[in-house]
Design a protein around this ligand. Structure first.
Ligand SMILES: NC(=O)c1ccc[n+]([C@@H]2O[C@H](COP(=O)([O-])OP(=O)(O)OC[C@H]3O[C@@H](n4cnc5c(N)ncnc54)[C@H](OP(=O)(O)O)[C@@H]3O)[C@@H](O)[C@H]2O)c1
Length: 147
């Protein structure tokens, strides 16, 4: 995650539990991400994965880090929470993933494919939590952008 995303997580919830937290910043001050691993680029973040490796590596934002990570071929899949309610926002996901299931170089997969990838049954259709409507989607990178 980017340094600003780290700072947006309430102190009591960070580092995010049960996973290695790697914070990307150009500022070498380790103080700012106590409990996380500090890396100065996405490449060095990948290199700093602790010995034994990681089963899966997730990029969790924000917009600056998504933008850069999505340009890398290693980014094969997007697990998207599509928020259906309207909000005033100042930070945006850097690529458009259309509600029709198509995006430039990306295609939405089925619920069965999402379940198979995460290894559990994911709730289907529109969910509502505290008045906010959203839906879980999985997208994959495709070679043929005309699909
Ligand atoms: N809805 C979502 O899925 C989601 C997910 C995550 C975050 N968010 C929200 O997004 C906002 C933060 O997003 P953001 O785009 O403003 O910031 P961000 O991507 O979280 O972090 C930006 C910071 O990352 C570091 N950085 C970026 N590119 C770098 C590079 N190439 N090499 C080294 N360091 C690099 C820089 O840190 P330094 O300035 O320290 O050098 C930069 O200021 C927050 O409001 C958060 O709540 C939403």
């Amino acid at each position: 995650m980017g340094r600003k995303t780290w700072e947006s997580i309430p102190t009591r919830f960070r580092p995010l539990k049960d996973r290695t937290n790697i914070v990307i910043s150009r500022n070498p001050s380790a103080e700012s991400c106590s409990g996380g691993i500090l890396a100065n680029s996405i490449e060095s973040a990948l290199e700093s994965i602790p010995e034994g490796g990681a089963e899966k590596v997730f990029v969790i934002g924000g917009a600056q880090i998504y933008r850069e990570a999505l340009q890398k071929a290693q980014a094969k899949r997007i697990l998207l929470t599509r928020v259906l309610s309207d909000f005033e926002c100042d930070t945006f996901f850097p690529i458009t993933l259309g509600e029709n299931g198509k995006g430039e170089g990306w295609v939405r997969r089925t619920k069965e494919e999402l379940d198979a990838w995460v290894g559990e049954s994911v709730v289907e259709g529109t969910q509502v939590e505290n008045g906010t409507s959203y839906v879980f989607e999985m997208w994959e990178r495709i070679e043929d952008t005309t699909v």
